[in-house]
Design a protein around this ligand. Structure first.
Ligand SMILES: Nc1ncnc2c1ncn2[C@@H]1O[C@H](COP(=O)(O)OP(=O)(O)OP(=O)(O)O)[C@@H](O)[C@H]1O
Ligand SMILES: [Mg+2]
Length: 453
């Protein structure tokens, strides 16, 4: 018999939860307030506690979790929260929660989580309570289920030492996710050093990564430390990992396998202690299949994989992001600008191919160029009001099939507006040039050969 304790100050939710999970072999207790819950948890053994985080009392679900875990280290706790933030996900995982569900919850997901929790041998994680940490943590905005999933994965990754591979389209927030993993983990007090593997030439990149000795090549006037040594004790973000050459891939593999780097020109390798997080906006599995990317390196890097969803799959986060970016831009530019609901609606339904970065740039431009204090539909770039959109009453995902067509038309429109200038086009769309090329290729659009300036 499995004993399950449900804790929520909302009677409806408790009843609903018990009905949902009801089946032979399960017995339920319900507590509407934390005191009852704690008294029950101390006096009896439960296999599982499902508790709301916000209990409308001075004691929270996290406190219930801690007390329960002390009295009953083998039992599992699943926390429920009205909205997911990265911080609560982290707290929950740290305090040893088995999982964490956001309201409104998905019935199938709740059932599956509870089954897993009950099947879990009593080895339920008993992570030690965390020490207070300094919080220079970047703020990830978003309350959609898709982002919530990302928060949970960040929380788990932060508590692990394994390499992390972050996959997502350009501008989705991969670097921000990498920073969050670093700054919520035990290495937070040490450096976080990002390096873009696609931005510089191979020789330069190698010396940048691994350092060099004086005289090892023209211009190497002194010994220089590479980023792995600079980041000692901290985290290195290998951005655009898919762009690295085969030769460099071998060297990175050595870092991962042996914890060693060999500076250019040095006769001996030196030990480094870094956590490795890599990011990519290209499909590395395809790279492996096409033998452009080493399979062994891919396996090493992808112990933990976090997918950051494109903005068009979490459109309900757009107003939150717009508000934040408006605040930032207004603060910086000394302006006061707001967006009307109609304009916000169009912003939320636009296809942001450049994802959050494009949205951020667009909002900044709106503030910069707005004449008045209010941005309305007419102030938006024409492409937004022209874009065919799903009727508001339909689920936003309904517009997925014609999405490609919208993307294609948008690209054509932008290229036309900037008279084929690729650099400008990429800028306007908030994507990098490589992404622009890939898009053009995908849609069979010829980018003009020469660029007009
Ligand atoms: N969830 C978010 N909340 C707030 N800001 C975000 C979020 N996601 C992205 N941003 C902002 O959008 C911009 C792009 O994010 P970031 O650089 O992390 O993306 P990226 O995936 O690394 O992009 P690229 O592939 O082009 O390197 C940054 O200014 C970042 O602060
Ligand atoms: Mg990036």
């Amino acid at each position: 018999m499995h004993h399950i304790l449900i804790v929520d100050d909302d009677h409806e939710t408790c009843r609903f939860m018990a009905e949902l999970l009801e089946q032979p072999g399960r017995a339920f207790e319900i507590a509407y307030d934390p005191d009852t819950a704690l008294a029950l948890a101390r006096s009896r053994v439960f296999d599982l506690v499902i508790s709301d985080i916000n209990l409308n009392a001075s004691i929270s679900g996290l406190d219930v979790l801690r007390v329960f875990k002390q009295a009953n280290p083998g039992g599992a706790v699943v926390l429920i929260s009205g909205f997911g933030t990265l911080e609560t996900a982290i707290d929950a995982v740290r305090a040893g929660a088995f999982d964490y569900i956001s309201k409104p919850f998905n019935i199938g997901e709740v059932k599956a989580i509870v089954e897993r929790a009950l099947r879990q041998p009593s080895a339920a994680s008993s992570a030690p309570p965390s020490a207070p940490r300094q919080p220079p943590v970047p703020r990830l905005i978003g309350r959609t289920a898709a982002m919530f999933d990302v928060y949970k994965q960040i929380a788990h990754a932060a508590d692990s030492v394994a390499p992390v591979l972050i996959i997502g389209e350009s501008g989705t927030g991969k670097e921000l996710v990498a920073r969050a993993i670093h700054f919520h983990g035990p290495r937070a007090g040490r450096p976080f050093v990002p390096i873009n593997c696609g931005a510089i030439t191979e020789t330069l990149l190698e010396s940048e990564m691994f350092g060099h000795t004086r005289g090892s090549f023209t211009g190497a006037v002194a010994d220089a430390k590479g980023i792995f040594e600079q980041a000692h004790g901290g985290t290195v973000l290998l951005d655009e990992i898919g762009e690295t050459s085969p030769a460099l891939q071998v060297k990175l593999l050595r870092v991962l396998e042996e914890g060693e780097v060999r500076p250019v020109g040095a006769s001996r390798p030196s030990k480094v202690d870094v956590r490795i997080v890599a990011a990519t906006n290209v499909n590395l599995e395809r790279g492996v299949a096409e033998q452009r990317f080493r399979q062994d390196l891919y396996y090493r890097l992808s112990v933990i994989v976090i997918h950051v969803p494109p903005l068009r799959e979490r459109r309900t986060d757009i107003p939150l992001l717009v508000d934040q970016f408006l605040d930032n831009a207004c603060g910086r530019l000394g302006r006061r600008v707001t967006v009307t609901p109609a304009a916000m609606d169009l912003l939320a339904r636009h296809t942001w191919l450049g994802n959050v970065r494009e949205l951020e740039n667009a909002v900044e431009r709106l503030v910069l160029f707005s004449r008045g204090a209010v941005v309305d539909v007419a102030d938006l770039p024409p492409v937004m009001s022209e874009t065919p959109t799903a009727p508001a009453s339909q689920p936003l995902f309904a517009d997925l099939p014609p999405l490609e067509e919208i993307e294609r038309r948008y690209l054509v429109h932008v290229l036309d507006a900037v008279r084929g200038n690729r650099t400008r086009a990429a800028e306007v769309m908030g994507i990098d040039r490589r992404t622009l090329y890939r898009m053009a290729e995908r849609f069979g659009i010829d980018l003009k050969d020469e660029e007009k300036t």
